[in-house]
Design a binder for this molecule. Structure first.
Ligand code: ZN
Length: 452
């Protein structure tokens, strides 16, 4: 539905290291930024344990969310200037969609909690569902602000995020293989980690992007900019997001939360430090209000308390996390995985480690690009280029560079364990060289195990 939302008398700006200025032109957007739920994102880091490898990666979900909003806003501006719809159904851009696009862009990650991946795994929360709940629950400030536009507006914003909104242009701007979310997080994470290969020419991509009746496409003259974006994404996953050391800290975080959960439930151990904000999660009886109290600082505070817990596993894991003592890892290749795991598990047992908490497999795979496959349950929208004659061609059919990586998941599976084991073992050192890693390619359409 098209809404006319009031424009601010003077636009407000946020200075941003990635997009220079983020321009806020509507009271609605300013009011959403000022809600308690959105401000909480300042206290949740964007890339979890990545900062244990790339120390610059201290940036928050707040900055990323503003960035996605800004990219979406710029796309709306270009579309309305160059491709305005003249008659309904002509496949061009209807600027009445702007409010729903901007709100969905701003709020798409609002349900992320502290260290999302580890927390979700242990407490079975789901940030995507919580995002929808925050938008729809009458208890939240976000819902109250959205409802002022119209009683159905929160539902429309939520439907963009869960991809059921009727206009595919709107859905693809927020969620597709080349959307405002990915464009922002790749540039932002590249900037804050210092990984230069994550950069790409966003101005050029936004110039060649255009609406059509089934979604968004790119003029063929922009193919190389799109190729560069796909390769940057690939590089960021391989070199930053899947770094074995960050995963080694994430494994500790998983085990630490699992042990705290175990201690809380066990009459034998108990928890001396009550961790009151986590109790609803330990008891699997939490509300949205409980969830919104959590942030990175809350967890870190409890980890500091747990250093003094009598339970040795809990205090040891808390120390390993806080003082950055990542587990070491070995890549599992098909020929050696069973033998390696058996050998290391035996060593760990002999050294007195409880392997429920001191050994773990972690696999991280990503599909850098895939084309549409009607037989897949979880389908992806392929990237299409518009040729000179007006016909569309799928990206990997036009680009040999993209064709070489299309449809192939890349990543690895590793076995993690305390580094003290290495010293006591006679295995050759190069088996444990986790700073020299090499990823495998798997021909599959497997979904990535990690999303940012
Ligand atoms: Zn995001």
């Amino acid at each position: 539905m098209a809404y006319n939302i009031p424009i601010l008398p003077r636009e407000k700006v946020f200075r941003d290291p990635v997009h220079d200025y983020i321009h806020v032109q509507h009271q609605l957007i300013l009011d959403l930024i000022n809600t308690a739920e959105f401000q909480r994102l300042r206290r949740v880091k964007q890339t979890g344990t990545t900062l244990f490898t790339f120390h610059g990666a201290e940036h928050s979900r707040f900055g990323h969310s503003l960035g996605v909003y800004e990219v979406a806003r710029r796309i709306c501006d270009k579309f309305v200037r160059n491709y305005p719809s003249l008659t309904p159904g002509d496949g061009l851009w209807d600027d009445g969609e702007r409010p729903v696009v901007l709100c969905a862009a701003l709020l798409h990650d609002i349900g992320h909690g502290p260290y999302s991946h580890a927390f979700e795994k242990i407490f079975q929360t789901n940030h995507e569902q919580i995002t929808i709940d925050i938008i729809l629950s009458p208890e939240t400030e976000v819902n109250q602000v959205l409802s002022r536009v119209s009683p159905t507006f929160p539902n429309e914003v939520a439907s963009v995020i869960n991809k059921t909104y009727p206009n595919p242009q709107v859905v693809q701007l927020i969620s597709s293989q080349i959307d405002a979310d990915r464009m922002d997080y790749l540039l932002r994470d590249a900037y804050y980690t210092g990984a230069n290969y994550g950069r790409f020419d966003i101005s050029r991509i936004l110039r060649v992007m255009r609406p059509h009746k089934d979604g968004i496409a790119f003029t063929i003259s922009g193919m190389h900019a799109v190729e560069d974006y796909i390769l940057s994404r690939y590089q960021m996953y391989m070199q930053v997001y899947f770094h074995p050391v960050s995963r080694g800290v994430e494994v500790i975080l998983n085990k630490l939360l699992a042990r705290a959960h175990e201690c809380y439930r066990s009459p034998e151990y108990g928890l001396n430090h009550s961790a009151s904000l986590l109790i609803p999660f330990f008891e699997d009886n939490w509300t949205l209000k409980d969830y919104l109290k959590l942030d990175d600082g809350v967890l870190t505070t409890y980890f500091l308390h747990w250093l003094d817990e009598p339970d040795q596993i809990l205090s040891d894991l808390a120390g390993r996390f806080l003082n950055r003592k990542p587990f070491k890892s070995v890549a599992l290749n098909f020929d050696r995985d069973v033998a390696t795991i058996e050998h290391l598990t035996e060593l760990l047992d002999n050294m007195g480690y409880d392997t429920r908490y001191y050994a773990a497999k972690n696999s991280s795979y990503d599909l850098p690009y895939d084309f549409y496959r009607p037989d897949q349950i979880k389908n992806r929208t392929q990237i299409e280029l518009i040729q000179k004659n007006g016909e569309h061609i799928e990206l990997s059919k036009a680009s040999e560079v993209v064709a070489t990586i299309a449809g192939k998941a890349r990543g690895d599976e590793r076995f993690y364990f305390p580094r003290e084991v290495v010293k006591s073992d006679t295995l050759s050192d190069d088996l444990f060289a986790d700073d020299q890693f090499e990823f495998q390619t798997i021909v599959t359409t497997l979904e990535n195990t990690t999303s940012y």
